[in-house]
Design a binder for this molecule. Structure first.
Ligand SMILES: *Cc1c(COP(=O)(O)O)cnc(C)c1O
Length: 466
């Protein structure tokens, strides 16, 4: 962890610094040096620290964007100093944020007459906290009116066991029980046969996930809405749906327009997405939209001053740079609907190509073929006599710079170990060819190996999986 200073490590360093006065001076690693050093030297030292870091473009583990156009980077680096919360000082940033909220609300079929509202956040994690809090406050207001003692039991939130870790945090921070619906081998998404069994009077809401992080599959939100509609007709204790569309929210509207998962469904009250996933912005921006004012309790809305008046704010974070909002606006303006559509279609085509290639390799079972989110997930066939594990394969691929995470599936399926590849905009067919070539070489090497590193029954998380 960050506070740890390893005893065994050198705590000072001595650097030859390319013919400068500092050459030969000693710099402490874990406390401030007494004196300053020249910018060029500091720059070189920091750059050198990062030399053996993984290469982001070859990081097939992350959903986060690893490429932006130079024009976007230029705008973002010119606006790093603007604080997004200073609405009076930078009213134009506020205007651009508003435009983004409106564009996203439109993509998700929010209805003007219901008075949708939304905000940018730092990412989906912050957006999910807000969504969860809004559900909790709205639930409490509703049930108290119905005469329920809301303090008697811990409120709960129903979600598939394939949730992202931010929901676990939400449960702990806001004292809400996460009711996990186990996922089944044949579906690997929210189990619609059992989900409503988890709902009771203390349920603040149900979360549908558009693209579960483990495999990339979409929950069947339309059917979930149908079940909720039926349930709500039988009780005064209504329950509503939040959609965690961190990955799918800015992917599905462009490539799966016929998929009905958003505000077209009556019981979906809020949706979040990560601008830095398929919104194609570098890490640091997310979005949340509520379908109407009444789903965001007014206790959660605060006012900041804006051009002599005031403006509502509902994000948790206060100060942060406006650069990412500007990057998001640039992308929306630059690509338009068809631009996003064609980028995402190509990304999906690469995913499909990869999964077809993987399917021809007989030691793998493809679990997700990239036909929803462009995410490929596969396990080792259990009926083959294979001496090595997916951890060994990850190690081999790492030698060529590829980072492919290995981890067990969530509860219930935790005996299945998988590899997951997230295909992003910057992973073109050319790179996919290189990857497949390196994969075949790695498999050949493993099949002939005499010494393997990982036990065959090992089940740990290896690499970044969120
Ligand atoms: C990535 C992800 C999150 C967290 O999003 P950040 O933008 O990284 O904070 C939450 N939920 C799902 C389903 C995700 O894929």
């Amino acid at each position: 962890m960050l506070h740890e200073k390893k005893k065994s490590e050198e705590t000072d360093y001595l650097e030859p610094i390319f013919g400068t006065k500092e050459e030969g001076s000693i710099l402490p690693k874990y406390r401030l040096a007494q004196q300053s050093i020249e910018p060029r030297v500091a720059h070189q030292l920091v750059a050198d620290e990062l030399l053996d870091e993984g290469n982001a473009r070859q990081n097939l583990a992350t959903f986060c964007q690893t490429f932006m156009e130079t024009e976007a980077i230029d705008l973002m680096s010119q606006t790093l100093e603007k604080n997004a919360i200073d609405k009076s000082e930078y009213p134009q940033v506020t205007e651009l944020e508003k435009r983004c909220v409106n564009m996203i609300a439109d993509l998700w079929h929010a209805n003007e007459t219901e008075e949708f509202l939304g905000t940018s956040t730092i990412g989906s994690s912050e957006a999910c906290m807000l969504a969860g809090m809004a559900l909790k406050f709205a639930w409490r207001n509703r049930v108290q009116k119905l005469g329920l003692d809301s303090t008697k039991k811990k409120p709960n939130l129903v979600i598939s066991a394939g949730y992202q870790v931010c929901w676990e945090k939400f449960g702990v921070y806001w004292d809400v029980e996460l009711r996990e619906v186990p996922i089944e081998q044949n579906e690997m998404t929210l189990n619609l046969e059992t989900v409503m069994d988890y709902v009771d009077e203390y349920t603040i809401g149900i979360v549908g996930i558009l693209g579960i992080t483990y495999t990339g599959k979409y929950d069947d939100i339309k059917q979930l809405d149908h079940l909720v509609e039926q349930y709500n007709q039988t009780t005064d204790y209504k329950v509503f749906i939040h959609i965690d569309a961190a990955s799918g929210g800015l992917f599905a509207p462009f490539v799966d327009p016929e998929l009905i998962w958003d505000f077209r469904l009556n019981n979906v009250v809020s949706i979040n997405t990560s601008g830095h996933k398929y919104g194609l912005v570098y890490p640091g921006v997310g979005w949340i939209i509520w379908r109407g004012k009444k789903y965001l309790p007014k206790e959660l809305i605060f006012e900041v001053s804006y051009l002599g008046g005031s403006l509502p704010t509902m994000a948790i974070n206060f100060s942060h740079s406006a650069a990412h909002i500007i990057g998001q606006y640039y992308n929306f303006l630059r690509y338009g609907f068809e631009g996003y559509q064609s980028i995402h279609q190509k990304t999906r085509a690469v995913a499909t190509f990869l999964s077809e290639q993987l399917a021809t390799i007989d030691c793998f079972d493809v679990i997700n073929d990239g036909s929803e989110l462009p995410v490929i997930c596969y396990s080792l066939s259990t009926d083959k006599d294979i001496q090595w594990t997916l951890y060994d394969l990850s190690d081999r691929l790492r030698m060529k710079g590829w980072q492919v995470p290995t981890y067990p599936l969530p509860k219930n399926l935790a005996n299945t170990l998988v590899h997951r590849i997230v295909v992003r905009e910057d992973f073109g067919t050319n790179l996919a060819h290189d990857f497949i070539k390196d994969l075949h070489n790695a498999l050949n090497e493993l099949n002939q190996a005499h010494l393997l590193f990982h036990k065959q029954n090992e089940l740990k998380t290896y690499g970044f999986t969120h």
